[in-house]
Design a binder for this molecule. Structure first.
Ligand SMILES: *[C@@H]1O[C@H](CO)[C@@H](O)[C@H](O)[C@H]1NC(C)=O
Ligand SMILES: *[C@@H]1O[C@H](CO)[C@@H](O)[C@H](O)[C@H]1NC(C)=O
Ligand SMILES: *[C@@H]1O[C@H](CO)[C@@H](O)[C@H](O)[C@H]1NC(C)=O
Ligand SMILES: *[C@@H]1O[C@H](CO)[C@@H](O)[C@H](O)[C@H]1NC(C)=O
Ligand SMILES: *[C@@H]1O[C@H](CO)[C@@H](O)[C@H](O)[C@H]1NC(C)=O
Ligand SMILES: *[C@@H]1O[C@H](CO)[C@@H](O)[C@H](O)[C@H]1NC(C)=O
Ligand SMILES: *[C@@H]1O[C@H](CO)[C@@H](O)[C@H](O)[C@H]1NC(C)=O
Ligand SMILES: *[C@@H]1O[C@H](CO)[C@@H](O)[C@H](O)[C@H]1NC(C)=O
Ligand SMILES: *[C@@H]1O[C@H](CO)[C@@H](O)[C@H](O)[C@H]1NC(C)=O
Ligand SMILES: *[C@@H]1O[C@H](CO)[C@@H](O)[C@H](O)[C@H]1NC(C)=O
Length: 430
């Protein structure tokens, strides 16, 4: 077989699959996702997929306890040799292998109008060091029918939202999914089928549902880490691009405060956090994806003020923690009714001091060294900053001086009036 993808090891299958690490803006932090392009004998794409996934697996230890382990598929040691476009008998199959002999696959079916995932198969290797002290070492396979509804043929299924499938001791999580099976003429469609969850993000009712129904229950607290990070989180520079133009800029240090029986502070490390999202004229979304399966979505909006000026503000924050602390819990928290980080459209919002965003009662987010511009970024640079009132120590001085001056003027005026009255009265008696 000709090495169509010479940087991969020789393929055992007809066709060439392409796996890319998509790098984002070099100046700011890169974003990456697993991208697989399954091609047939004639080098024609039949399945295209780009997505994120992670696994939370419960296993028994040799001391007959149960532990949880997390497997992430964000690393570069991913291959996909078993993927195939299928034939008259076999369905097309998207299959990836990663880490110490773990593998995941899904095959697809279609009708005249739609296509759909059929069977998801996941095999994990409990000999992997992740499964510390596992009682049985070896390969375990779980098989489950895909639950996603059918997608219209010749459209790309897109879903930023987190979706999960649970079977036996395994929870599988998927997010930021772009997928098209049965690609026609080797060209990935320009038409999208957005998943219900993403579409309904706009509808407040559904979001309210999510925010009031966190997956976590009060009875299963996050295990606390012994050493909580009291230190300030590192500041990260994040950006989104529209073509080759930067359309959103964000700089911040982030810390999450998860209130369980014992509160847990989690610092988001910008070095292992990648960024996705979307820019728009009236709404923009920034998703920070910490490699430990922590997703933080910021949604910005624009409003018109009575003074006929336009302002932007942070409208919504959604946070998902998957197996966030030693892979043993997951939690979704959101607030779609925020009105903070509010400033004039065309400028950036800046707040150096620590700020707290109340996401839910269980989850607070602290920001440090914040600067954000979700709209109208010019020349890949921040526009003039409007500082938050917390930072405005300096503004106090003019205010005090101004107030003093105003007071002085009032006194002078009063003195003048009193003086005039006295003089007037004086003249009258004359
Ligand atoms: C397959 O397609 C890629 C890119 O479209 C091209 O670079 C490569 O030469 C093609 N290989 C064959 C065998 O046609
Ligand atoms: C479990 O296995 C580990 C090594 O795999 C061993 O160090 C430990 O002593 C074992 N524990 C029990 C209770 O057998
Ligand atoms: C998908 O794969 C499973 C087993 O891996 C198989 O039972 C099923 O028939 C396949 N689906 C199709 C449509 O071929
Ligand atoms: C399972 O993991 C162990 C330890 O990493 C490795 O030696 C073994 O080859 C793996 N099994 C498979 C089938 O990959
Ligand atoms: C894609 O959308 C365009 C415009 O809505 C439509 O004309 C076209 O038929 C669609 N293509 C497919 C494959 O659905
Ligand atoms: C694929 O090619 C055929 C023939 O060239 C054409 O009729 C069909 O519309 C194309 N399909 C798409 C989705 O472009
Ligand atoms: C969580 O895992 C880390 C290393 O992975 C370990 O040092 C720490 O003790 C664990 N914490 C708990 C509560 O198990
Ligand atoms: C973020 O960007 C600013 C301005 O471009 C730069 O001064 C700063 O050093 C960057 N910080 C990090 C952590 O890269
Ligand atoms: C974390 O949240 C809890 C409960 O909301 C609060 O009491 C605590 O002060 C917070 N910790 C920090 C460091 O903000
Ligand atoms: C493992 O995860 C499950 C599901 O989230 C949770 O119910 C269970 O308490 C966890 N077990 C441990 C030991 O943390």
């Amino acid at each position: 077989m000709a090495p169509r993808c010479p940087w991969l090891r020789p393929l055992s299958l007809p066709g060439c699959c392409l796996l890319l690490l998509v790098l984002g803006s070099p100046r700011f932090f890169q974003s990456h996702a697993v991208e697989v392009d399954v091609k047939d004998h004639s080098n024609t794409t039949c399945i295209y997929a780009k997505w994120m996934m992670s696994f939370l697996i419960k296993y028994e230890t040799n001391s007959s306890e149960y532990k949880n382990a997390t497997l992430n598929l964000t690393s570069t040691n991913v291959t996909h040799d078993q993927s195939t476009c299928g034939d008259k008998i076999h369905a097309p199959l998207l299959a990836v292998q990663f880490g110490a002999g773990h593998s995941w696959s899904i095959n697809f079916t279609k009708t005249n109008e739609t296509y759909q995932g059929n069977i998801i198969s996941f095999t994990y290797n409990t000999s992997d060091a992740v499964f510390k002290d596992a009682k049985t070492k070896g390969l375990i396979t779980v098989v489950v029918k895909d639950t996603l509804p059918p997608v219209q043929l010749n459209t790309v299924y897109r879903c930023r939202h987190l979706d999960s499938i649970e079977v036996a001791n395994v929870s599988q999580f998927f997010w930021d999914v772009t997928l098209q099976a049965f690609v026609q003429n080797g060209t990935v469609s320009k038409n999208d089928s957005t998943c219900e969850a993403d579409r309904s993000t706009v509808a407040p009712t559904t979001v309210a549902n999510l925010t009031t129904a966190p997956i976590t229950t009060a009875s299963s607290p996050l295990p606390t880490t012994t050493s909580k990070p009291v230190e300030k989180p590192l500041t990260g520079n994040y950006s989104l691009k529209d073509g080759d133009k930067t359309c959103l800029l964000a700089t911040m240090g982030l810390q999450l405060n998860v209130s369980q029986e014992k509160p847990v502070l989690i610092n988001i490390n910008p070095k292992t956090t990648f960024v996705t999202g979307s820019c728009g004229n009236t709404s923009a979304t920034l998703r920070l994806n910490d490699s430990n399966s922590r997703l933080i979505d910021f949604t910005f909006a624009i409003k018109n003020t009575s003074a006929n000026t336009q302002r932007f503000y942070l409208k919504e924050v959604n946070i998902t923690l998957i197996g966030s602390i030693n892979g043993s819990e997951r939690l979704h928290a959101g607030n779609n009714n925020l009105s903070i980080w509010d400033t004039f459209l065309g400028s950036s919002y800046m707040c150096q001091k620590e700020q707290t965003v109340l996401v839910t009662e269980q989850l607070q987010m602290h920001t440090f060294d914040l600067r954000i511009q979700p709209f109208r970024v010019q020349d890949n640079k921040y526009s003039k900053a409007q500082e938050c009132s917390l930072d405005d120590d300096t503004i106090l001085i003019p205010i005090i001086v101004g107030a003093a001056l105003a007071g002085l003027i009032v006194i002078i005026v009063i003195a003048y009036i009193i003086g005039r009255r006295k003089t007037y009265a004086g003249y009258q008696t004359l």
